[in-house]
Write a protein that binds this ligand. Structure first.
Ligand SMILES: [Zn+2]
Length: 245
């Protein structure tokens, strides 16, 4: 491969969508091994974006720059081979007092999340689906869905918390949003907090990051209407009429 191919094309921004099928990409850490303009470059655990449908891989901008940087270093040393193992960033963004499990690589390599003025705010934090049970069963909270993969938890006017449901059935919320919740709430969330699976493709991502609200399929229309109906019943009668949100 030519080194030039690693420079992002002018005007091209790597997004979370596959060029071929337009589906969501997942972040993966894979081994890179290519001869780039005469230098054999091997990197263990390089962040890449993977389309599970097409099995296509794309390099996030920072991974492209890593290859360019290694090529430059090798050229300076007049070497034609580089082998490195990439270390994970493992950065603590310092949000809140409850130590949540998250992967700072998600923030750095999943397209669209970086906010230099609010470093780490949009780091995805993952939860078991069961985390919703409390919000579903307690009358203090309201659980509503804009679609099957984009929902919101509310407690009166105290807080509202958007969340997503990823393709693997995990719940995703933003670290910065979580840190604004009352501490007791954060401890509850922490009890269902799990390691990242690096997959955040959902209507939650589309709506929150890309401000794209796709036309709802019939299933989502039904889901939303059901949510609004339950909400209206709660307002009128003061109790939840559904057994399961
Ligand atoms: Zn694809």
């Amino acid at each position: 491969m030519d080194l030039k191919e690693f420079f992002p094309k002018s005007g091209h921004i790597q997004r979370l969508y596959c060029d071929k099928c337009n589906g969501h990409l997942d972040l993966v850490f894979d081994d890179f091994s290519e001869t780039v303009s005469g230098v054999e470059i091997s990197i263990n655990g390089l962040p890449m974006l993977h389309c599970p449908k097409c099995n296509e891989k794309y390099l996030p901008d920072d991974s492209r720059f890593a290859v360019i940087h290694l090529h430059e270093q090798a050229t300076k040393r007049s070497s034609d081979i580089v082998k490195v193992t990439r270390n994970k960033t493992n950065q603590d963004f310092g949000f809140g007092s409850v130590p949540f499990i998250y992967d700072s690589d998600d923030y750095k390599y999943i397209p669209g999340l970086k906010r230099p003025w609010d470093e780490g705010f949009l780091t995805p934090v993952f939860f078991n689906r069961e985390v919703l049970l409390k919000y579903d069963s307690s009358p203090t909270y309201r659980l509503s869905f804009a679609s099957t993969t984009y929902g919101e938890i509310r407690r009166g006017d105290d807080f509202s918390m958007p969340f997503g449901l990823n393709g693997n059935g995990k719940i995703v919320m933003w670290l910065g949003d979580i840190a604004r919740l009352p501490e007791a709430e954060q401890y509850y969330l922490r009890s269902e907090n799990i390691e990242s699976d690096h997959s955040i493709g959902s209507e939650f991502y589309d709506g929150q990051i890309e401000c794209v609200f796709t036309d709802l399929p019939k299933e989502d229309d039904l889901f939303k209407a059901r949510s609004e109906f339950l909400e209206a019943c709660f307002t009128k009668f003061g109790s939840k009429i559904a057994h399961l949100d």
